[in-house]
Design a protein around this ligand. Structure first.
Ligand code: AKG
Ligand code: FE2
Length: 132
C-alpha cells in the first residue's frame, strides 16, 4: 500500500465506531496508528450490555504482537478479561501477547465496559518461516 492510500484509509476509519471483528456486540474506534518506526495502533473499545469476545488470538503477518489494554470502565458484573499467561495483569492494566496467548472477554452484565487498547509489533520474523 502506498503511503497516501494508507493515510486515506486511516482517515476513513479513524474516530468512528466500527463493529468489532468477532461480531459479538462490541464496537471499536481507531484512534492513532502508524506503520513506522514501530508498527502500532490504538483503539477505544466499547462493550455494551450483553456483549462478549469469545476465545481468539490476533495473529500478525510477521513479528510479535503486544497489547497494553487499559480498562477505563468496568461493568458491575462480567466483562472479565481472560488470558492464561499475561505478561502483566492488574485490575485495570493488561499487558499480553494477543498472537501467542488465547484470550477472551466474558459477557458484560450490568452497565458497559470501555477499554483503551494500544498494540505494537516487534521483530520481522514470519511465524511460518520458523524452522522446526
Ligand atoms: O477488551 C479486552 O479486554 C480485550 C480485547 C481484545 O481481544 C484485544 O485487545 O485483543
Ligand atoms: Fe483480541
Amino acid at each position: 500500500m502506498t503511503g497516501s492510500s494508507a493515510f486515506s484509509k486511516y482517515l476513513a476509519l479513524a474516530f468512528r465506531w466500527q463493529r468489532g471483528r468477532q461480531g459479538t456486540g462490541y464496537d471499536k474506534m481507531l484512534l492513532l496508528t502508524a506503520p513506522w518506526p514501530l508498527p502500532f495502533d490504538s483503539y477505544l473499545i466499547r462493550y455494551p450490555e450483553g456483549s462478549e469476545i469469545p476465545p481468539h488470538t490476533d495473529p500478525v503477518q510477521a513479528g510479535r504482537h503486544y497489547r497494553l489494554n487499559l480498562i477505563l470502565k468496568s461493568p458491575r458484573a462480567g466483562g472479565e478479561f481472560v488470558c492464561a499467561t499475561p505478561i502483566y495483569s492488574s485490575k485495570r492494566i493488561k499487558l499480553f501477547r494477543p498472537d501467542a496467548c488465547e484470550h477472551s472477554v466474558t459477557r458484560v452484565e450490568g452497565g458497559s465496559r470501555y477499554v483503551l487498547s494500544i498494540g505494537w509489533v516487534r521483530g520481522k520474523e514470519k511465524a511460518s518461516s520458523k524452522k522446526p
